[in-house]
Ligand binder design. Structure first.
Ligand SMILES: Nc1ncnc2c1ncn2[C@@H]1O[C@H](COP(=O)(O)OP(=O)(O)O)[C@@H](O)[C@H]1O
Ligand SMILES: [Mg+2]
Length: 1108
């Protein structure tokens, strides 16, 4: 909920002077002092802000403060300049009302600061954006430039504005700044040539000399030494807390931001330098022959340098300082100037140069900051003008300034009253006439066109003849003598005729803010503000663009014989424009007050403040404001603020706010004449009533506060208690849980221990029992075993005993039976029993033998020689017979597996065995050799094709043999072929048939008993084949050959059996001779081979190695 605050909250003194009760000057000052002492430098009079200069920085201008006051109602927060700025800005933006902010006050009261605060506040709260920020920056940066050229240190203010300034800030419909226009009023140009004691010339001179670089100074022909320049007072050239050098840089920077070109800046500085140089030009008198005094320039160096700076011709300027040309009716009269006139001319030039430069600067700045868009603007004017001035010595300037303030006061009264009146009408309240002092009459005294003081001064200045300040005063005395606000020593109805405080050359005006005594000296001159035409023409001739612009009247083409308007006239005109400008706007007032003359903080000089309050007409202000109703407030905030004072409106009022307020007022029994109901506001006539309401509210608030406090405390205690209670429960529950857990754990632990002990005990018991049981069982088993053993052994013994007995019985019985039988059958037994028993026994033995043999038979292989041993010797024959039979049987079995071929082979082998076994020593080695028959594969060999075709029968044997030559016993190889009918011998190499012997011609075959392969084929005597003689051959397959020969011959039925003779000596019939072939055992020296040697004609000896 937004908290509604009010100005009336936490008020120190009263924030609004309208509420001051009682309203006297003392209470007014006391209120200001009280607030000032509490750092409340701002106080309201209605919507007017009084500002006291704190002379120190207060923390009330922070961005936070800006936010605090932004968009808040004027009376919502404690008085502040921001509240006024915010009010003005919002009414400009939201209600489309042009505003002006009028800041008045004495020099050093804080006007310029106030204007800057207003501008910075508006800059902070208005729109943002690149363009807008640039405009803001330019507007704000115009200040340092103007301050450098227009401000100076005075005794009252180290940074006193020596010109009046009015600045229009222009906004668009959104409230964004577009630009601005600055108007300046009456620069105090006399300061350029002369400064009062303890004061300085304008800041820029000092800034330039301290801050510019050596280079710049050289260009400007200046030296960094204030004492070198006559126009610069030396007594306070440096001001503490003012850094001229730094400020110079700030100014240059500001000029750049505002948009000054580099050459423009240079020109400006040249002019400033020129003014300084001008001050150094000095004159000396020179007597002329006509007795007149003429002036001459003392040292022309400065003049020369100045002319160089401005680009003027030295002679022209020199002449302008010596002569004055007066033109009248086509006539030109030149008069010489005396020294005093020359100095006057010099100073006039310096003042004009400077003031015109200042005006040019303002115009130039305006050129930069003026709004670009042509659309309608909303305008906020800020007027920072010199305040009312009352010095000991008041001259033309003060007169002018005070006139301006008089006008401002008037417009203030007018506008305030008008606003007041408008509000009454708006609210439908009856308008009662208000008594107040209207200063229009004083304004009239000064500005009246016929007999106003300014009009008379102008008249005096234009009048031909001798015109002096005294003549002007005389004129005033005659014309204004009757005016009630004008006093002079000579005025007829002066009440102070005898008052010597009023000197002769003075007049006094009773301004709205007090009486001011003016010294007439210098009025005429200052009003005339004369610059000799020769000088302005000399300036115009200068070869310097800026100078030319500043002195347009020096243009000879535009010679104007009319006098230029007087200063007074000009000022009146500009004040007139300013006033009419201000009248179109909604005014906002800031009244600045200086609390002391020492520029010191915390000092409140009552008399000084009282003086200012008086001439600012602050009491007047309060009175005007309070004339009808002192206080007004809209119904809603009013009801909101005071609703607690009545039961009907507290805490909420349902109906319209106005009715609520009415109920409230009747309930509080406020007298009816004390207030009025407007359309949207209640008007309270007397501050007393308001304070009565406030007091009541305060009490009520205290009660309410107590109530709230009570309820809050109760609530707090209760919630605290509840919290404690809740916490206690939680803590307790947690503790209980914890305790129970602990207890449970303890019990559990104990249980476990007890349990374990019990279990242990039980287990041990059980173990003991089991062990015992086991022991018992073991014992039982052992006992049983022993018992059974005993039993068994006993039984065994018994059985053995029984068996023995039985056996014994049986034996005995058998013996007995046998004895009996033998006794009985003795007579029969001898004849048959022995035989029978024998047979039986034999039978049993045989049976046992056969059964045993059956199980011990050797393998079925015919060559297996094993045979079980003979058990009884009487079975010797049977055993051998059985062996033979078994062998035969297994041979038969073996044979029965044979094929026909194999059978033939074995038959052959068998036959070989029959023929040679134990007869020839060669035989055993042939047993293992299979009879292959055809060793040569004649039919397949193409070499023997012819041979095989010659032998048409099937070849049963084909081998190579050696045919032994009878002559030497050496062998030659021959093919030996055997068929069913023939034996064929052929050449081994060629296969050529050598002999074909039919088997029928073969008588016998002889061979030795030894291991050799020699054999002889003996032919039948008388057969066809026998012609060639027998064949003595040797072969590796002798056994096979002879066996086959024998077989074939034995199978043929028609032939007789071939004889095989196995002898170691036989005869062989070689053709005619018979040769004996003798086989001998060869000695070892003959080696292992068989050798055959012819011994003689009839003997061939074959030595055969002994078979090993
Ligand atoms: N609101 C303020 N807070 C702090 N210092 C202030 C304030 N107003 C004025 N001053 C001080 O007073 C001096 C004079 O103020 P200034 O505005 O120049 O006076 P004026 O323009 O009325 O002659 C300033 O230089 C500043 O030091
Ligand atoms: Mg100022």
């Amino acid at each position: 909920m937004e908290v509604k605050t009010s100005l009336l909250d936490n008020m120190i003194g009263v924030g609004d002077m309208v509420l001051l009760e009682p309203l006297t000057e003392d209470s007014f000052l006391e209120n200001l002092k009280k607030r000032f002492d509490h750092n409340e430098i701002y106080t309201y009079i209605g919507s007017v802000v009084i500002s006291l200069n704190p002379y120190r920085s207060l923390p009330i201008y922070t961005p936070d403060k800006v936010e605090e006051y932004r968009n808040r109602n004027f009376y919502e927060l404690s008085p502040h300049i921001y509240a006024l700025a915010d009010e003005a800005y919002r009414s400009l933006r939201d209600q489309d009302k042009d505003q002006c902010i009028l800041i008045t006050g004495e020099s050093g009261a804080g006007k310029t600061e106030a204007s800057k605060l207003v501008m910075s506040y508006v800059a902070a709260v208005c729109g943002k954006g690149q363009e807008v920020n640039k405009v803001k920056e330019q507007l704000l940066q115009s200040n340092p430039v103007l301050e450098a050229f227009g401000n100076a240190k005075t005794v009252r203010n180290d940074n006193s504005s020596r010109f009046g300034k009015y600045m229009d800030i222009e906004f668009d419909f959104k409230g964004d700044p577009l630009g601005g226009v600055i108007s300046n009023y009456l620069l105090e140009k006399s300061r350029v040539v002369k400064q009062p004691r303890g004061e300085r010339n304008f800041h820029i001179f000092y800034q330039l000399l301290s801050g510019a670089s050596d280079d710049t100074l050289k260009k400007l022909k200046l030296e960094r030494d204030f004492s070198k320049y006559n126009y610069l007072s030396l007594d306070s050239a440096t001001v503490s807390g003012l850094d001229d050098a730094a400020n110079f840089r700030t100014v240059r920077n500001a000029m750049q931001i505002v948009g000054f070109m580099e050459d423009e800046m240079q020109s400006v500085l040249e002019l400033v330098a020129a003014v300084l140089k001008l001050g150094n030009i000095e004159f000396k008198p020179e007597s002329r022959c006509n007795g007149m005094d003429e002036s001459r320039i003392k040292d022309k160096n400065d003049l020369k340098e100045m002319c160089e700076l401005l680009g003027t011709e030295q002679s022209v300027l020199e002449r302008a300082f010596s002569y004055r040309t007066v033109e009248a009716k086509m006539e030109k009269v030149s008069t010489t100037l005396n020294v005093a006139q020359a100095y006057y001319a010099r100073d006039a030039l310096a003042k004009n140069l400077y003031s015109r430069l200042f005006s040019w600067l303002v115009t130039r700045i305006n050129g930069s900051i003026k709004a670009q868009a042509k659309t309608r603007h909303k305008v906020m004017g800020v007027l920072d003008i010199y305040g009312f001035e009352i010095f000991e010595d008041n001259s033309f300037e003060q007169f002018i300034i005070n006139y301006c303030n008089e006008k401002l006061q008037q417009i203030f009264i007018e506008l305030t009253l008008r606003e007041e009146q408008e509000e009454y009408i708006r609210e439908g309240i009856e308008w009662t006439n208000i008594e107040y002092f209207n200063n229009a009459v004083i304004c009239d005294l000064i500005e009246n066109n016929q007999n106003g003081i300014l009009a008379m001064l102008d008249e005096e200045c234009l009048r031909p003849g001798t015109v002096t300040d005294e003549t002007f005063l005389d004129k005033l005395n005659t014309i204004c003598a009757d005016h009630q606000h004008f006093e002079s020593r000579l005025s007829k109805n002066s009440k102070f005729l005898n008052d010597h405080s009023l000197p002769h050359n003075c007049f006094r005006i009773q301004h709205y803010a007090g009486k001011v005594l003016y010294r007439v000296e210098g009025f005429v001159d200052k009003n005339n503000d004369l610059l000799y035409r020769d000088l302005s023409q000399a300036m115009y001739k200068a070869n310097h663009s800026l100078i030319k612009q500043l002195f347009p009247e020096g243009n000879p083409v535009k010679v104007n014989l009319k006098r230029p308007p007087t200063a007074g006239f000009q000022f009146k005109a500009s004040v007139g424009t300013l006033m009419s400008n201000l009248q179109t706007k909604n005014p906002n007032y800031i009244r600045c007050i200086k609390p002391n003359d020492k520029k010191a903080s915390h000092i409140f000089n009552e008399s000084l403040v009282c003086h200012q309050a008086r001439y600012l007409g602050l009491m007047e202000n309060v009175r005007v404001r309070r004339a009808g109703y002192a206080f007004r407030q809209a119904y809603e905030p009013c009801l909101e603020r005071y609703k607690m004072l009545c039961k009907n409106t507290w805490p909420h009022w349902k109906g319209p706010a106005r009715q609520g307020v009415e109920v409230l007022m009747t309930n509080l029994q406020v007298p009816a004449e004390e207030y009025s109901y407007g359309r949207s506001k209640i008007f309270i006539r007397n501050p007393r009533t308001l304070f009565f309401l406030e007091e009541k509210r305060k009490q009520c608030l205290e009660d309410l506060a107590t109530l709230i406090q009570k309820i809050y405390r109760g609530w707090k205690c209760r919630s605290h208690f509840l919290l404690l209670k809740k916490s206690q429960i939680v803590v307790a529950s947690w503790y209980r849980r914890y305790a129970q857990q602990k207890k449970y754990q303890k019990i559990k632990h104990s249980t476990t221990v007890v349990q374990s002990y019990t279990r242990g005990w039980q287990a041990r018991k059980l173990l003991r029992e089991l062990k015992y049981q086991k022991k018992c069982e073991e014992a039982v088993t052992t006992i049983a075993a022993f018992w059974h053993g005993t039993q068994a052994r006993r039984e065994l013994r018994r059985l053995k005993e029984e068996a023995r007995r039985k056996h014994a019985v049986a034996v005995i019985w058998a013996y007995w039976q046998g004895l009996k039988v033998r006794r009985e059958y003795r007579k029969f037994f001898r004849a048959n029993a022995g035989k029978k028993i024998y047979n039986f026994t034999i039978q049993r033995i045989m049976q046992k033998y056969f059964l045993g043999l059956k199980s011990k038979l050797p393998s079925m292989s015919p060559i297996d020689k094993t045979w079980p041993a003979r058990p009884y010797s009487f079975l010797d024959g049977v055993h051998a017979e059985l062996r033979r039979i078994f062998h035969l049987w297994r041979c038969k079995k073996y044979r029965s597996q044979f094929t026909e071929e194999k059978k033939a082979v074995y038959e052959e082998k068998l036959e070989a065995s029959e023929l040679f076994k134990d007869k020839k020593a060669l035989y055993p080695s042939s047993v293992r050799q299979p009879f292959k028959g055809d060793y040569l594969e004649i039919s397949k060999n193409p070499k023997y094709q012819k041979l095989s075709s010659a032998v048409d029968e099937k070849i049963l044997l084909a081998d190579v043999v050696n045919k032994i030559n009878r002559a030497n016993g050496k062998g030659s190889p021959r093919l030996f072929l055997l068929t069913k009918k023939n034996v064929v011998l052929a050449d081994q190499k060629t296969g050529q048939l050598k002999a074909n012997v039919p088997l029928t011609d073969l008588a016998s075959v002889s061979t030795s008993t030894q291991t050799d392969g020699f054999f002889a084929l003996k032919l039948k005597e008388g057969s066809a084949s026998a012609i060639k003689g027998d064949f003595l051959l040797s072969s590796d397959h002798l056994i096979e050959m002879i066996t086959k020969l024998h077989r074939i011959s034995s199978m043929a039925a028609d032939r007789e059996k071939l004889n095989i003779d196995i002898l170691d000596e036989f005869l062989v019939q070689f053709k005619q001779d018979k040769v004996c072939v003798k086989f001998i055992q060869g000695s070892p020296k003959n080696g292992n081979s068989v050798s055959c040697k012819r011994k003689n004609n009839r003997l061939l000896e074959v030595s055969v190695p002994a078979s090993s």
